[in-house]
Design a binder for this molecule. Structure first.
Ligand SMILES: [Zn+2]
Ligand SMILES: [Zn+2]
Length: 224
């Protein structure tokens, strides 16, 4: 298997949606790279200025990454936001979308495509792992596989099995709250709540990928 396939196979081993999890990792790595290497990079600075400091989600995520990492700290992020504040004071306003949202959206697209291209090989691994593709990424994957009805059918069987198992675990979790219950929920049962939310609504990183759809294509034209 190629390097992309090996990476995907690793992602498939964990819990939750492999696409969402890989997007989250990508997002954090991108933010860390900006803070480590590109604080004074004129290109990056322009991108921050044009979006008035990224979108709300990515602005707070950037702060979180900076302040949560003792090797980074508040200096770099202060320099960036002082620059954006200065530009605002000179009368500039948003001209472009948050570039991290664009990068995340692109990453989502390539991840789903890569998974679709290698699904013949990767389906057995997905089947035996605790991972569950979220509803959004499952639908995107099925869309990419539309010329492969045989593979869609196999994927659907695997996915349904996973979701039935998740539903049973969530029910068992609820049952442990019954006053007649004599046992505490297992770790797997406790985790089922978050896994159900993750399946239905994806991880928060997906907000960044969804934004453009909500705003439509007029984003670059409608402002300023
Ligand atoms: Zn997902
Ligand atoms: Zn963003």
């Amino acid at each position: 298997m190629d390097i992309v396939g090996i990476k995907l196979s690793e992602t498939l081993q964990g819990r939750g949606c492999p696409v969402c999890r890989a997007m989250e990792k990508f997002e954090e790595d991108e933010i860390a790279t900006i803070l480590y290497e590109h604080v004074t990079d004129p290109g990056v600075r322009t991108k921050f200025r044009e979006s008035m400091g990224l979108c709300t989600r990515h602005a707070w995520k950037t702060l979180e990454v900076a302040l949560g990492n003792p090797l980074l700290g508040p200096l770099g992020v202060s320099i960036i936001y002082e620059d954006v504040l200065g530009v605002y004071l000179r009368g500039e306003r948003e001209k472009a979308e948050c570039f991290l949202c664009e990068l995340v959206r692109e990453k989502e697209r390539t991840l789903v495509e890569a998974l679709a291209d290698r699904l013949d090989e990767l389906l057995p691994e997905y089947s035996s792992s605790p991972a569950i593709l979220c509803r959004r990424h499952y639908d995107m994957l099925v869309e990419k596989l539309k010329d492969r009805p045989d593979l869609i059918k196999k994927l659907e069987e695997v996915q349904t099995k996973k979701l039935r198992e998740l539903d049973a675990r969530l029910k068992a979790f609820i049952d442990t709250y019954d006053y007649r219950s004599t046992r505490k929920p297992t770790e797997e049962e406790t985790r089922s709540l978050e896994e159900a939310v993750e399946f239905l609504r994806s991880r928060p990183v997906v907000i960044s990928a969804e934004r453009k759809n909500r705003r439509g294509r007029g984003w670059h034209l409608g402002l300023k």
